[in-house]
Design a protein around this ligand. Structure first.
Ligand SMILES: Nc1ncnc2c1ncn2[C@@H]1O[C@H](COP(=O)(O)OP(=O)(O)O)[C@@H](O)[C@H]1O
Ligand SMILES: N[C@@H](CC(=O)OP(=O)(O)O)C(=O)O
Length: 477
């Protein structure tokens, strides 16, 4: 096991000069190679191609799928092309710029043609658009990663580094293969000891990457490659160190870097939309017995954070304050619910079918509240469906935020009391409170407007007050 597999997130990718200097060119001679890079689309591009990951705002795909205005998706696709070409212009000049533009414009035109043809085909009742939508979604998504991987390879070659564009998008491939086979076959003929391999974060596969793993899918490609090629270490390059809270909210000068943590903590964070790592990707890497290192792209000398399955902080404490805005609490009150799980089962199933994200839920004798995230249209739809199914129930919608204190071990007396006091001392009303018996995280539901203040208050009382220094649990390996 000599090589590493390294993923570069979209936010970092957009700062391509720093990626070039801090990640690629930094290593010299023997250390330069034996690194396989899996790259995400440049920041915001997948959001434009599909839909906004957090707000659900329409992108090319959602316009095409909803087809309210027939040609709205074409305008959006042209807008994406403009953005991609603008990125090229920042990176290349002359013949290189022309080549980069030709590559990506061809893919966009191919996709446009397929989608146009599909549209005409589906004007005949024999062909149903719905049956092909997931394929269209996959095709569109792959454009973002093909663009960033192609450009990165070109940039490296321009800097005299041997590099190869490894295209897992299966563009114009006859038939999709199963994901494991697609990766194994592709890597068979490649030698990472001789050149840097720059791999698209999107993989075309018979399982359909997004249908199986959804957004953040490049981490799945990354995890599969790490496991299937037997990597020594799986590295994720991000915009910030994995920190005790979002540095944008709490201030870079106040947060503490996390030195070590475990996959359990990472799962809690990804449930809140802070994808330290995609939970399914984590499973793949964990099964392969590989640890993950999260690194800050802009501080290349820092050891970063190790996520290891066996890690537990020897001193119980809160390590991270995370949270999520734009959560809707759907409260269903129905006295017929007493003693029966029927409402819970049915509503949970509807949430799944509508592809809303269930962040948490709580229940008492005759009411149940589902905390979900997703776009407004879907939320309104589910409210309607619940009211139709249970006409005697009272269904209410609450716009809330969730703030959460997470730690690999928080099993100490008084921790929950301290958390709630921190919020009440800051004048914030706690609407609901959850802590599971495993005691890995405590979640407080607060009004949406209180989100930022609540994060800062919890960070101040539970982390800053502990004087951890620069790093919570320095890396010991
Ligand atoms: N605890 C945290 N540590 C570091 N970054 C965080 C944390 N919580 C939220 N963030 C935010 O996550 C963002 C990175 O998001 P992410 O989806 O991982 O980006 P990418 O994969 O494009 O690099 C940062 O901009 C930062 O504001
Ligand atoms: N760009 C894709 C894949 C991905 O994983 O992106 P990022 O690494 O920037 O989260 C998405 O947004 O879903």
């Amino acid at each position: 096991m000599t090589h590493t597999v390294e993923k570069i997130g979209g936010t970092s990718m957009s700062r391509f000069t720093e990626v070039l200097n801090n990640i690629w060119l930094r290593k010299k001679n023997n250390d330069l190679f034996n690194r396989i890079f899996v790259v995400s689309a440049y920041a915001g591009i997948t959001d434009l191609l599909l839909e906004h990951k957090k707000t659900g705002n329409a992108g090319v795909y959602s316009c095409f799928a909803e087809a309210e205005q027939e040609d709205a998706w074409i305008d959006r696709l042209n807008l994406v092309e403009e953005k991609l070409l603008a990125i090229n212009k920042q990176m290349f000049v002359g013949a290189d710029l022309e080549d980069a533009n030709r590559f990506i414009s061809r893919r966009i035109r191919d996709a446009e043609q397929c989608m146009q043809s599909l549209h005409s085909l589906c004007s005949y009742g024999h062909f149903q658009l719905e049956e092909h939508l997931s394929t269209v979604r996959e095709m569109l998504a792959s454009i973002g990663e093909a663009h960033s991987a192609y450009n990165s390879t070109k940039l490296l070659k321009n800097n005299q580094i041997p590099a190869r564009f490894v295209d897992l998008t299966g563009w114009k491939q006859e038939r999709p293969l199963a994901i494991d086979q697609m990766i194994t076959e592709t890597f068979k003929g490649l030698d990472p000891s001789k050149e840097l391999l720059i791999v698209t974060g999107y993989t075309q596969c018979s399982e359909q990457l997004m249908r199986t793993f959804d957004r953040g899918y490049s981490e799945m490609t990354f995890a599969k490659i790490a496991a299937l090629t037997g990597a020594r270490e799986a590295v994720i390059h991000k915009e910030f160190h994995l920190s005790s809270a979002d540095p944008r909210l709490v201030g870079e000068e106040n947060v503490v870097t996390i030195g070590m943590t475990n996959f359990d903590v990472a799962d809690q964070l990804s449930n809140l939309g802070m994808e330290a790592i995609h939970p399914r990707a984590a499973r793949e890497i964990r099964k392969g017995g590989i640890h993950i290192r999260i690194k800050n792209t802009f501080e290349p000398d820092h050891l970063g954070t190790i996520i290891d399955n066996n890690y537990c902080n020897p001193r119980p404490c809160v390590e991270i304050i995370a949270g999520r805005k734009d959560v809707v609490g759907i409260e269903v009150f129905d006295q017929d619910m007493l003693g029966s799980p029927e409402h819970d089962i049915h509503i949970s199933q509807t949430i799944k079918e509508l592809k809303l994200q269930l962040v948490n839920k709580e229940a008492d004798a005759n009411s149940i509240t589902f905390y979900v995230a997703g776009n407004r249209k879907k939320i309104n739809r589910i409210m309607r469906l619940i009211e139709e199914k249970y006409p005697l129930a009272e269904v209410k919608m609450h716009n809330v935020a969730i703030v959460s204190a997470v730690g690999s071990d928080i099993k100490i007396k008084g921790m929950l009391a301290r958390t709630v006091s921190a919020l009440s001392d800051a004048g914030i009303n706690v609407l609901a409170l959850h802590q599971s018996v495993r005691q890995v995280e405590m979640q407080c539901i607060v009004a949406e407007n209180d989100y930022e203040d609540a994060i800062r208050a919890l960070h101040f009382s539970l982390i800053e007050a502990e004087n951890h220094g620069d790093v919570i649990r320095k890396i010991a390996v």
